[in-house]
Design a protein around this ligand. Structure first.
Ligand SMILES: CC(C)(COP(=O)(O)OP(=O)(O)OC[C@H]1O[C@@H](n2cnc3c(N)ncnc32)[C@H](O)[C@@H]1OP(=O)(O)O)[C@@H](O)C(=O)NCCC(=O)NCCS
Length: 177
């Protein structure tokens, strides 16, 4: 169940979501022409948010993300964003190594301006729905062991959480959609 006060209505490009404080956003699929908005969104992130999501500090949108957006391949990629009148506030994405793969990796980032209102939970739900629609057997993510909030969110959504055999500072999170 979405948090109390979370109202959603369908529109042509996605869904309008209304937070309990009255703010409204559009939850929609990422498009290749979102690259500039993503670059701006990245500049608004704190170094800690960037490190939690990408595991290193960077001043600009990582080249791997730019390449992924430019070459969005519907057979391997799916991503959803929270659009705030042209500014992107949050992104959830999944990426499979090749078309037809039964497993994919996911990532999630919710900027401070909108965090703490259930948006992370909502985006993960949307991503899990997409993974199910694609027939994926597993959706994996790497989460820092000290990222209690993300680990709790994933646990609440039914993920299993295991140590990463290669890195004690990382947990491997697995959903079976
Ligand atoms: C971690 C992160 C994604 C959380 O985003 P968020 O939008 O603040 O998340 P939510 O508001 O959905 O919060 C999670 C909360 O939902 C709770 N929740 C669990 N089940 C829920 C449900 N059914 N309905 C509503 N909320 C639920 C979680 O337990 C947590 O509770 P809390 O607010 O009481 O602490 C965000 O802080 C972030 O982007 N951090 C930096 C990047 C990162 O860590 N990415 C993860 C690595 S991939």
């Amino acid at each position: 169940m979405p948090p109390v006060g979370f109202i959603m209505t369908n529109t042509d490009i996605g869904q309008t979501i209304r937070l309990e404080d009255g703010r409204t956003f559009t939850l929609r699929a990422l498009r290749a022409d979102d690259l500039e908005a993503l670059r701006r969104a990245f500049l608004r992130l704190t170094p800690e948010e960037i490190e939690y999501r990408f595991f290193y500090r960077s001043r600009e949108l990582p080249a791997s993300v730019q390449a992924q957006v430019r070459g969005l391949d519907p057979a391997r990629d799916a991503a959803f964003v929270i659009d705030d009148r042209g500014e992107i506030r949050a992104v959830a994405d999944l990426h499979a190594a090749h078309a037809g793969a039964r497993e994919a990796e996911f990532g999630l980032i919710v900027g401070k301006a909108v965090s703490g209102h259930g948006i992370g939970w909502l985006l993960m739900q949307r991503l899990l729905g997409e993974a199910k629609r694609r027939g994926l057997a597993a959706l994996h993510g790497s989460v820092r062991a000290d990222n209690d909030r993300m680990l709790e969110l994933c646990r609440d959504l039914g993920a299993t959480i295991a140590p990463d055999p290669d890195d004690p500072a990382i947990r491997r999170v697995t959903f079976t959609p």
